[in-house]
Unconditional design. Structure first.
Length: 373
């Protein structure tokens, strides 16, 4: 029994869990204020912004970002809610030096209250689809799920784009590779691996479609209670983002998008499934959706049960998404989670990840996908 107990303790130590909360999205907050249409006119959806680098770190203008968890920075710790984003590589939070509207309704980091804080020598600029965040690089102790990373370089904001004021999370924690990090900063997870703070060089993500509280990120382990069946491993086609090869998108056995193959990114920081304009238009047409002037593909809520499944074939493996998963319902009606980008790169965001438990292994590197429970 002592041996069993020791094994269980060792097993438990491998798991560093960060609970994720599925909060109200910026879209929902703006709709409640009656200014969503006005906002969308001024800030067109640009989900691909962060995937085309121009020397600075980029982030998307995604009004549906909603999953966030809590980390702390400094000694004593100052807490912040952040989006765990596999589509970017830098950590940043608002600071007391920021006077932008977006900083006024978020928690702000105060360097003077941390005994382990150190200023860096570089500035930081993050390009959004509709503006930018500017600030400074610094280092301090960052605590994530019980793991303390000392001397972690991160950004503190001086200015933030106006639309950030409508988002719940205070900042972003990027989980992509160092190759795309602004100023070549070593990302938080890379530091965990480098310092031997996780038992395996991987993290896994479970996004619940029902409860607001069940979602989580696990650093250094895989939680088998969140999936059923076999894990299908897919090699990366690029170790910048978590990018893989997609063979096709089919509906009722017919190829409707990605004919001849394309590239896709598994991205926790994008809410929708995003693809080239013509392909997404075709998909929305096949499922009976009509796109309005704001780029939203609206459907009749009563038709969800009869709408077809959509199958994404990745590296020869089929992953199917039912209409109940790709259609979002609210008091404002129903719309599909298929968004247009105007670029050839696809993003398989939260609509996809809610259906498939995702494991991000940096050692090979590869992505594991298994059916979520």
């Amino acid at each position: 029994w002592l041996l069993v107990l020791s094994a269980l303790v060792a097993f438990a130590e491998c798991f560093h869990k960060i609970p994720l909360i599925k909060g109200k999205t910026a879209r929902e907050a703006l709709q409640e204020k009656g200014i969503w249409e006005e906002y969308r006119k001024e800030h067109p959806y640009n989900p691909m912004a962060k995937f085309y680098q121009s020397g600075t770190e980029s982030m998307t203008n995604d009004a549906d970002l909603s999953y966030y968890g809590v980390i702390s920075i400094g000694t004593p710790p100052q807490s912040f809610s952040v989006i765990f984003d596999t589509g970017s590589s830098n950590l940043w939070v608002p600071s007391v030096y920021c006077s932008s509207q977006a900083c006024q309704n978020h928690r702000k980091f105060n360097p003077q209250q941390s005994s382990t804080f150190k200023w860096g020598s570089e500035s930081l600029s993050i390009q959004y689809g509709t503006g930018s965040m500017t600030g400074y690089l610094a280092s301090d102790t960052v605590e994530v799920g019980g793991i303390s990373v000392v001397n972690q370089v991160f950004g503190i904001s001086k200015t933030e784009a106006a639309f950030m004021a409508n988002m719940v999370a205070d900042g972003i924690l990027g989980l992509a590779f160092q190759t795309i990090a602004s100023d070549n900063v070593v990302p938080v997870f890379d530091m965990m691996v480098k310092e031997g703070l996780v038992s395996q060089p991987l993290f896994s993500v479970y996004l619940s479609s029902k409860s607001a509280q069940d979602s989580e990120v696990v650093f250094g382990g895989i939680d088998s209670s969140h999936y059923t069946g076999q894990i299908i491993w897919i090699p990366l086609s690029s170790d910048t983002y978590w990018q893989i090869k997609m063979d096709s998108v089919t509906i009722n056995g017919q190829t409707v998008a990605c004919a001849g193959g394309c590239q896709a990114i598994i991205d926790t920081g994008t809410s929708q499934i995003v693809g080239p304009t013509s392909d997404i238009s075709n998909m929305n047409s096949w499922v009976g959706a009509s796109t309005n002037q704001y780029g939203e593909a609206r459907v009749n809520c009563q038709n969800i049960q009869s709408m077809p499944e959509v199958t994404f074939t990745l590296n020869g493996n089929a992953f199917t998404i039912p209409a109940s998963a790709y259609v979002s319902q609210s008091s404002y009606g129903c719309s599909t989670g298929f968004g247009q980008s105007g670029q050839q790169l696809w993003i398989l965001g939260d609509v996809f990840i809610r259906q498939y438990y995702a494991i991000f292994d940096s050692s090979t590197p590869k992505i594991g996908l298994a059916k979520s429970v």
